[in-house]
Design a protein around this ligand. Structure first.
Ligand SMILES: [Zn+2]
Length: 443
């Protein structure tokens, strides 16, 4: 019954959304064919909804109880499991929704995803490392598109966060950056940036010591420009996030920005180390410093100005950007509970969304307090993404069982404690203030 119902819904939703191509969707014109890097899909802070991409009619995301693929229809605000197979239990890896996706892209009419799962071949499991796959919009017809590793290691971190921009896949491998045509042979991948790897400190057994630093890149594309954010090692041995612009022809990387010092901008939560959130649009870097404000830096000349003081409205915040907005949730960590065992406790505030335009103007203030009454307990709200005039967020209503209650998750100080997990996905209209419940997952 469950299988048949979702098959029918999936068919209806996809028919509607594909028929709606070219309609008014709020998707930037450059992305209506899924051609450009989807910046606003690269922002999610929701632990259970981190991997997401956008189409004209909706969104694909990984989430739910079994970390499966869903399609969320923009018009109906319904999320449907991406499996239309009749009689499928949706519980094992034969389910179409079982993508194990670390990355999702929608490009040229197909849904692409990456994972490092071993593949069963003739009764044996074979490790091909990180690869890109594609499926039809309804989840059927899975195909291997390309590899992301020269030597398969299966290490998720090795090909962390590749991006797709105008048909080219940009990815990192062993600390170097590569570019290759989507669906090509990895032998043709071009090394576009490389540098000496910092030595990783290891213990006597050769195991990296806790806190040892790995070189990692956050890739970004904006028009004709490619960027990456990485950590610079300072003379005192600490690290500071810096943004580089990368010329893919000459392979020259130019540092265009680094995390400011507190003498320049004042104090914030991760002062001197990194911005809380950042976004590059039309050659301008927008960055948000929790407890401080919204800033902009013109990357062509380095001129920096403060656009908004956000410290009064939201002393501490988590934030996501879109092409139009900065969405700040007043959200702070209670210092007494930082070492709490659960990711769903230890937060304070989290009940008001402040929406700023990228000119710094406060456009809207959305009150989320009623959700705390409806969901008892509501531990924490996690921002997922912002598209058009809508903000999507996930409410974590996970409840802790009593001590001695059955086992399974969360072994705290030697005591078995059960968690009853519950996540609720919402959408809030920025202009209307209307909050719509999209889906609930409980287990
Ligand atoms: Zn299924």
């Amino acid at each position: 019954m469950k299988g048949k119902l979702s098959a029918a819904l999936l068919a209806v939703a996809l028919t509607l959304s594909l028929a709606g191509c070219g309609g008014e969707t709020g998707l930037p014109a450059s992305q209506t064919a899924g051609r450009d890097f989807q910046k606003n899909m690269h922002q999610s802070l929701a632990s259970q909804l981190r991997t997401v991409c956008e189409t004209d009619g909706g969104f694909y995301f990984m989430g739910g109880r079994h970390w499966q693929a869903y399609y969320l229809d923009k018009a109906t605000k319904r999320a449907i499991l991406l499996c239309g197979k009749p009689e499928c239990s949706h519980e094992d890896d034969t389910c179409d929704a079982e993508l194990s996706a670390q990355t999702l892209w929608f490009y040229d009419g197909r849904l692409y995803f990456t994972n490092a799962n071993s593949v069963e071949e003739n009764g044996e499991y074979v490790d091909y490392g990180n690869r890109v796959y594609s499926v039809a919009p309804d989840g059927t017809g899975r195909k291997v598109a390309q590899s992301l590793e020269f030597e398969p290691s299966g290490d998720q971190a090795n090909a962390a966060s590749p991006i797709l921009h105008r048909g080219t896949v940009y990815f990192s491998y062993n600390g170097d950056l590569y570019a290759m045509k989507l669906g090509g042979d990895i032998k043709d991948a071009e090394k576009i940036w490389g540098q000496e790897l910092p030595e990783v400190e290891t213990d006597q057994y050769g195991i990296p010591v806790l806190g040892a630093h790995y070189l990692s890149y956050d890739l970004w594309a904006d028009g004709d420009s490619l960027y990456f954010m990485t950590d610079l090692k300072l003379a005192d041995g600490t690290y500071k996030a810096a943004l580089f612009s990368l010329d893919t022809e000459t392979h020259e990387a130019t540092q265009v920005w680094k995390t400011p010092d507190t003498e320049e901008v004042g104090d914030w939560d991760t002062a001197g180390v990194s911005p809380t959130q950042w976004y590059v649009l039309d050659g301008v870097l927008y960055f948000y410093l929790s407890g401080n404000g919204l800033w902009r830096t013109d990357l062509s000349n380095g001129e920096t100005e403060k656009l908004a003081d956000t410290g009064d409205a939201a002393p501490h915040g988590t934030a996501i950007f879109s092409d139009d907005y900065l969405c700040v949730l007043n959200d702070g960590l209670d210092s007494h509970e930082i070492f709490s065992y659960s990711d769903s406790t230890g937060h304070t505030g989290g009940d008001t969304l402040y929406i700023y335009g990228l000119d710094g103007e406060l456009k809207a203030e959305l009150d989320l307090k009623s959700l705390y009454d409806e969901l008892d307990p509501l531990n924490h709200i996690q921002l997922a993404f912002c598209s058009g005039d809508e903000v999507y967020f996930l409410a974590d209503a996970t409840r802790q069982g009593g001590l001695g209650e059955s086992t399974q998750v969360g072994d705290v100080m030697g005591s078995a404690m059960k968690q009853y997990r519950k996540y609720v996905l919402y959408c809030a209209g920025i202009d209307t203030g209307e909050i719509t419940q999209i889906d609930v997952w409980e287990w």
